[in-house]
Design a protein around this ligand. Structure first.
Ligand code: C2E
Ligand code: MG
Ligand code: MG
Length: 750
């Protein structure tokens, strides 16, 4: 470092001397011997780096050799100039020109080290950037150079060698930078800078020799080469080995190749109007050909990537078999095809559920389970035809689609699969036995869409499984559908017992202020196999199975608990719970409600019970009694879905209810262009409700226009998707935003 500091100081001193002295005031001592000694010293330092440098020795040795060659050229020229003006070309030129091939090798070594491995796209990028740069340099430099060339053939040749050498050097630096993928290497930057100095020196030297020395010319001529040599030498000591690559190519990586392509495009365009050198045009054309290759490569890579993505999307990661998505793609294609019509080809779906897989997982661990699953594909492969599709549905369930099949073939395949799965599996030197149960369903016989086909095969599988020993069953509507109902009831019962249900809440807002005044609790059943089952599908089952009472108690308990939690911040919030006809038949219902309210330390006004109009009509006298009892406790009662049952409100007026909930069929008439009739019905119902002293709630508000219309008609409370969908309790934290939006709409209406 000290030596480099001294060399830099000497260079600065030389620079100042060049600035003060006049043109043509050459000093052999300083410009000749001094500069040559300086360059030899700097080159030796570079070589020393190579000799001392362990594994990374080749690059500094080659680059040191290059600069030393130049320095020797300078020395020879100094000796020659002692005896007057040296001849052109001279022996010195051989050493000067010798600099270039060595420098190229040095740069190539640098780039190869950084580029690690042969990535065709990267190298093509480098080639585009390099060729584009060369085209640009040729377009600008060559004309001037050629114009200033003169003398005999040898002189022209040697004078041409420098600009060509520089253009190639420039191309290598730019191309190399592109190959290095945006990694900034200070040592590479110094080498690049040195090459630029070298080109500057060459250019001014040529200008000097043709147009005569000028102050500026001799200044650059003098300072450029020693600076270039010092920079190259120093860069080798600065170099700290390979840089870590960027994980992904970043935008800057595309800049150099893009500029290269752009430059050659411009040169070719300009070339159609003005005279551009043939070298520049050829280089530009070569650049664009390379761009074409690069594009072709990119398209190929993109295609490969897309098909790989697609393959991954349809593959089960663990087993390498197809996944659910693939299954639905195959089945959907079949059903979409006209061939799904009766009389067309039949397909069979086999739902395969492994037996005792859970035990394997529990006793040997999940990784053993995974190993077993991975063996399934190879083992079952030869039980199927090429056209059959084997997928993993998830967990320990497999699915098989047999195309163009009949019952006997499907049964034969099921038998083969069962036999294969009963053979022991060897996992970590332990022999493990499992088995399977298989359900078979056919399309179009048993199902008209993919989901139903899966469901029917699943039902048959369930029968096979409950049947005991590993076997297969074919779906029969008469036996499987009733069994399915029983199975669902069974599952619902355990869901109720284990509390595997959940509540979503839908806010009800004051139409005038936008404040949330109550929330309706709506029941959800997240079924492990069927996903989210809507309440209107499972509530009849619950009624049938006599589960309504525990179910409503569960809902009341959870809704009141949640309401108590919310009431900390919103003391007036009420929760609205739906009750069914069965609940009202229960003599102890009012007591249960009272006890639950007390358990959660709530005021009775915190609860609203919704009873549908149709329930009330079914047993009017009994409902009237229960409603009166609830009224005594202080709990509000609401008539839900009012307007759906064609009952006169006057008839219901004798009930001790507090609230009227207009059915969403009435509200849906209020969207953008309501008919006078729809408006009249809603207005009349709201007015009558008010006349009877009832609070009027509108449900099913799906748009801004309906909310505005309801505000105009004097409705008190609104509920619907426009305000919020039913959501889990924790998602209801954005109350204020909700109020603002609603109030805004109401305000615009008034
Ligand atoms: P509901 O009491 O009339 O509840 C309103 C239903 O309308 C809910 O359907 C709700 O999601 C839906 N809804 C709300 N806003 C909109 C809207 O803007 N547009 C449309 N199209 N629909 C909207 P969900 O949750 O499927 O409940 C259906 C029915 O199931 C309820 O009708 C209620 O009668 C019954 N139900 C729900 N939870 C319970 C419960 O815990 N116990 C009892 N017995 N019945 C319940
Ligand atoms: Mg309701
Ligand atoms: Mg309703």
């Amino acid at each position: 470092m000290v030596t480099y500091a001294c060399l830099a100081a000497a260079l600065l001193a030389y620079l100042s001397w060049l600035l003060v002295r006049g043109p043509g005031q050459q000093s052999t001592l300083i410009d000749g011997w001094g500069v040559a000694a300086f360059e030899i010293l700097a080159s030796c330092l570079c070589l020393w780096r190579g000799l001392a440098g362990g594994r990374r020795r080749l690059m500094p040795l080659v680059l040191g050799g290059a600069t030393l060659s130049w320095a020797v050229g300078d020395t020879i020229l100094t000796v020659e100039s002692l005896g007057g003006s040296p001849a052109t070309p001279s022996l010195a030129d051989v050493f000067y020109v010798g600099f270039y091939p060595l420098a190229y090798v040095g740069l190539a070594l640098f780039v190869r080290r950084e580029a690690r491995g042969f990535i065709p796209a990267t190298w093509l990028d480098g080639a585009i950037a390099g060729l584009g740069a060369a085209a640009l340099a040729a377009a600008f430099a060559f004309k001037a150079v050629l114009a200033s060339l003169g003398g005999d053939a040898a002189e022209v040749a040697i004078n041409l060698a420098y600009p060509i050498g520089d253009v190639v050097l420039f191309a290598l630096v730019v191309g190399g930078s592109a190959v290095m993928l945006g990694r900034f290497r200070p040592s590479w930057a110094l080498v690049g800078l040195a090459c630029a100095f070298n080109a500057v020196g060459d250019t001014f030297n040529l200008v000097n020799s043709s147009a005569g020395p000028s102050a500026l010319g001799s200044f650059f001529d003098g300072i450029a080469w020693p600076t270039a040599i010092l920079l190259i030498s120093f860069s080798m000591w600065l170099d700290s080995g390979r840089a870590e690559p960027a994980a992904m190519p970043r935008a800057p990586d595309f800049i150099l190749p893009s500029l290269g392509a752009l430059a050659s495009l411009v040169i070719l365009c300009v070339g159609t109007q003005w005279q551009v050198g043939r070298v520049a045009v050829s280089l530009s054309a070569a650049t664009l050909v390379t761009v074409g290759l690069r594009l072709a490569l990119s398209v190929r890579q993109l295609r490969a990537l897309t098909s790989e993505r697609q393959r991954q999307a349809l593959t089960d990661e663990l087993t390498g078999l197809g996944n659910r998505r693939l299954l639905f793609r195959v089945l959907d294609a079949y059903f979409e095809d006209a061939s799904a019509a009766p009389g067309g080809p039949r397909i069979a779906f086999l739902f395969v559920d492994l037996d005792r897989f859970k035990e394997v997982n529990d006793s040997f661990g999940h990784s053993a389970g995974d190993k077993l699953l991975r063996q399934l594909g190879p083992r079952l492969a030869d039980t199927l035809r090429k056209s059959d599709v084997l997928v993993r549905l998830g967990g320990d369930e497999l699915g098989v689609v047999l195309r163009d099949t009949d019952t006997s073939y499907a049964s034969a395949v099921a038998d083969r699969i069962l036999a294969k799965l009963q053979e022991p599996f060897l996992i970590d030197h332990v022999s493990v036995r499992i088995g399977a149960s298989i359900g078979i369903a056919f399309a179009p016989d048993d199902a008209q869409d993919s989901h139903s086909l899966l469901r029917t095969a699943d039902l048959a599988m369930y029968r096979a499984k409950t049947g005991g020993s590993a076997c297969f069953e074919v779906y029969h509507e008469e036996t499987d559908e009733p069994a399915n109902r029983l199975r669902l009831v069974d599952e619902l019962r355990s869901a109720v017992e284990q509390g595997d249900l959940l509540l979503h809440y839908q806010p009800q807002v004051d139409v005038k202020t936008g404040d949330v005044v109550a929330v309706e609790a709506l029941l959800r059943w997240s079924h492990p196999r069927l996903g989210m089952v809507p309440p209107l599908e499972f509530l009849p089952l619950a009624e049938e199975a006599g589960l309504m009472q525990p179910l409503t108690e569960w809902v009341l308990d959870h809704a009141l608990q949640q309401c108590a939690a919310w009431r900390g911040d919103r003391p007036d919030l009420a929760v609205s719970v739906n009750v069914s006809a069965t609940n009202l038949m229960d003599a102890g219902f009012a007591d249960t409600v009272r006890a639950l309210i007390a358990r959660h330390r709530l005021a009775p006004s915190a609860l609203i019970l919704e009873i549908t109009e149709t329930t009330i009509i079914r047993d009017f006298a009994r409902c009237k009694r229960v409603i009166a009892l609830l009224r005594d406790i202080g709990v509000a009662v609401s008539i839900d879905d009012f307007g759906a049952g064609f009952t006169s409100l006057a008839y219901l007026a004798s009930l001790a209810v507090n609230e009227l909930k207009l059915d969403r069929t009435l509200i849906s008439g209020l969207n953008d262009a309501p008919s006078g009739r729809d408006m009249a019905v809603v207005r009349g119902t709201i007015d009558l409700g008010h006349a009877l002293g009832l609070r009027v709630v509108a449900e099913g508000i799906e748009d801004d226009a309906s909310l505005a219309a309801l505000a105009r008609l004097g409705c008190d409370v609104g509920q619907g998707y426009f305000i919020s969908r039913p959501v889990p309790a924790e998602d209801l934290s954005a109350w204020p935003g909700l109020s603002a939006a609603t109030a805004d709409a109401a305000l615009r209406a008034s």
